[in-house]
Ligand binder design. Sequence first.
Ligand SMILES: NC(=O)c1ccc[n+]([C@@H]2O[C@H](COP(=O)([O-])OP(=O)(O)OC[C@H]3O[C@@H](n4cnc5c(N)ncnc54)[C@H](OP(=O)(O)O)[C@@H]3O)[C@@H](O)[C@H]2O)c1
Length: 213
Amino acid sequence: MRIAIIGAGNVGGGLAASAIKAGHEVFVSAGNPASAQETADKTGATPAGSNTEAVGDADVVVLAVPGSAVADVVGELADSLTGKVVVNAANALTPDYSDLFTANTSLAESVQKQVPQARVVSALGTVFASRYADPIEGGQPVQAFMAGDDADAKATVGQLVESLGFRPVDAGSLRFARSLEEMAFLNISLNANNGWTWQSAFALVGPTTAQES
Ligand SMILES: NC(=O)c1ccc[n+]([C@@H]2O[C@H](COP(=O)([O-])OP(=O)(O)OC[C@H]3O[C@@H](n4cnc5c(N)ncnc54)[C@H](OP(=O)(O)O)[C@@H]3O)[C@@H](O)[C@H]2O)c1
């Protein structure tokens, strides 16, 4: 796949490295083009001088910027996102990390509302970037929850996360991005409040495969 990653920090850099390892073609942009260059040098991704240049003819566009920057980035990219699969990995954290700034919605739904011409999937926000390089726990792939209204887009993102070593779990319509963003916030709070090491990930236990008829 051709993947554009907007943001070259923990998420953008970690994702670029694992996507390149999995054989994808990766373009990366950042607020400062020097950051994109640095991440590209470390990962083998192609640096882009602007967000629009990164999107180009990518199959999948991943938003890996601070939640507070998402609306501006999406506004800037609006025209180039027509028909694209857009993965929102960003979380709507307030500056002091004490809450989410979304009320009765999610960041992913806000993105979908802002660019109805795009096919938005909420994914990767529930997994810490520290898990991207080797997403295996107890011999099992870490679960990567996804939510979205477009089945084809969700299937594409499922293939992408599976190629990175995760087990994709379809959490339902984009409405469930609210749940996923709350899960991400809970995991952040658990690590911040308990001195954990930013490695924990969610796993549903019990039967989580469809029953054969
Ligand atoms: N860290 C995690 O484990 C984790 C896991 C899941 C989800 N998330 C979410 O993913 C997002 C990114 O997290 P992070 O930890 O990777 O943050 P980060 O390390 O601070 O990186 C943010 C990146 O966004 C770039 N950026 C900022 N404004 C931009 C703009 N207008 N256009 C293009 N790029 C822009 C920054 O560019 P510069 O480098 O030039 O400043 C930087 O490369 C956040 O919403 C976070 O809540 C984080």
